[in-house]
Design a protein around this ligand. Structure first.
Ligand code: HEM
Length: 304
C-alpha cells in the first residue's frame, strides 16, 4: 500500500512538472492559462516518459542501496545468508531496471528533441544547426570529443538528418548550456558506470566469485551514493534545461514571481525549507545507520 501511495503521489508531482515542460489542455484568457482539458493537461506530451524514467530511476536507486548494504554485511562477515540472498536479488533487479532506464532515457532524449529543441541542443552541446550532426561524448567545458553523424542517427535514425542547434534560437531563449550539458552527461556516464558495476556483479556470481571478491564488494559499497547523485543531476537537466521558462514558451522564470508576496518572505520560507530538509536528512541517515548496524530483524548474525 505504501509503495502504491508513493508511486501515485510521484505521478502527480511528475505530471505537474511535465506540464511546465510541455504544457497542454489549456487556453490563454487575458494572459492567464485556463484549464480546458484535465486529461490532456495531466497526460501532456512528456508525462509518460518522465514518470517511467523517474520510477525506473528510483528502482535503480533501491537496487544499488540494497546491493551496497549487502556488500557491507559480507565485508564484515555479518548476516551472511541474508546478505547473499539480497545481493543476488539487487543485482538482477538493478541490472534489469537500469537497462530499461537507459532505453527509456534514450526515448526521453528524443522526446525532448521534439518538444523542447532548445533543451535538446543544450544537452547535446549542438551550437550550429546541421545535417549529419555529431554526438558530443562529454559536455562542455570538458574538451570536445565528437562522434561524426551519430547525433543525427540517434535522434532521427538517419545519419544525414538535420538537427536544430542553439543558433536557431535567440540568445535570451537558450538554456544555460554548460550546466545543462554537464548535468546530462554526468547522469549518462554515472548511469552507464552503474550498469557496468551491476553487470560485473552478475558475471562474478556466474563465476562463483561474487561473495568472496572483497574488491568487488568494496566497489559496490562505495556505489551507494551514486544513484542519488544521478537522480539529482537528472532533475537538474530537466529544470535547468527548461530555462529561461518557468512554463515552457508561456511564462519566463524572470516573470514568475508573486506581485504581492515580498521577496523577504519568499527568502525566509526557502530558508525554513532548507533547514527542515537538512534536519530530515540527518534524522534519516541516523535511523538508516542504526537499522543497518542492528541488522535485519530475525536474521542470525553468523560471524564467519
Ligand atoms: C544512461 C542513460 C540515460 C539517458 C539517455 C537519460 C536521459 C534523460 C533526459 C533526456 C532527461 C531530461 C528529460 C527532460 O527534461 O525532458 C533525464 C532526466 C532525468 N533522469 Fe535520466 N537518463 C539516463 C539515465 C538515468 C539514470 C540511470 C537515472 C537514475 C538512476 C536517471 C534519472 C533521471 C531523473 C530523475 C530525471 C529527471 C526527471 C525527468 O525529466 O525525467 N536517468 N534523463
Amino acid at each position: 500500500m505504501v509503495a502504491l501511495g508513493a508511486t501515485l503521489s510521484a505521478f502527480w508531482i511528475v505530471a505537474a512538472n511535465s506540464w511546465q515542460q510541455t504544457p497542454a489542455g489549456f487556453h490563454l484568457m487575458h494572459g492567464r492559462a485556463e484549464l480546458t482539458d484535465f486529461a490532456a493537461a495531466v497526460f501532456n506530451p512528456s508525462t509518460p516518459l518522465r514518470f517511467l524514467h523517474a520510477v525506473l530511476g528510483s528502482w535503480v536507486t533501491a537496487a544499488v542501496f540494497v546491493g551496497s548494504l549487502s556488500a557491507y554485511y559480507l565485508l564484515h562477515g555479518r548476516h551472511r545468508e541474508f546478505a547473499r540472498r539480497s545481493l543476488r536479488l539487487a543485482l538482477v533487479f538493478g541490472l534489469v531496471s537500469l537497462a530499461a532506464e537507459v532505453v527509456v532515457g534514450d526515448a526521453h532524449t528524443r522526446q525532448a528533441a521534439r518538444t523542447q529543441p532548445e533543451k535538446f541542443a543544450a544537452i547535446e552541446v549542438l551550437h550550429h544547426t546541421q545535417t549529419g550532426a555529431p554526438l558530443a561524448v562529454v559536455g562542455q567545458p570538458l574538451p570536445e570529443v565528437l562522434l561524426p553523424k551519430l547525433l543525427s542517427f540517434m535522434t532521427y535514425f538517419d545519419f544525414n538528418a538535420r538537427v536544430t542547434g542553439l543558433d536557431a534560437f535567440a540568445p535570451e531563449d537558450r538554456p544555460p548550456v554548460t550546466a545543462t550539458a554537464m548535468s546530462f552527461h554526468a547522469m549518462l556516464w554515472l548511469g552507464l558506470g552503474l550498469g557496468v558495476v551491476l553487470a560485473l556483479g552478475v558475471f562474478l556470481w556466474w563465476r562463483g566469485r561474487l561473495f568472496v571478491s572483497r574488491r568487488y564488494l568494496k566497489v559496490l559499497l562505495y556505489c551507494l551514493p551514486i544513484p542519488f547523485v544521478v537522480n539529482e543531476v537528472g532533475w537538474f537537466t530537466a529544470e535547468v534545461g527548461r530555462q529561461p521558462w518557468a512554463v515552457y514558451h508561456l511564462l519566463r522564470t524572470e516573470d514568475a514571481f508573486s506581485r504581492t508576496v515580498p521577496a523577504a518572505h519568499v527568502a525566509v520560507s526557502l530558508l525554513m525549507f532548507v533547514v527542515i530538509y537538512i534536519g530530515l536528512l540527518g534524522l534519516t541517515l541516523h535511523l538508516v545507520r542504526k537499522q543497518v548496524l542492528q541488522g535485519p530483524g530475525g536474521a542470525e548474525d553468523v560471524q564467519s
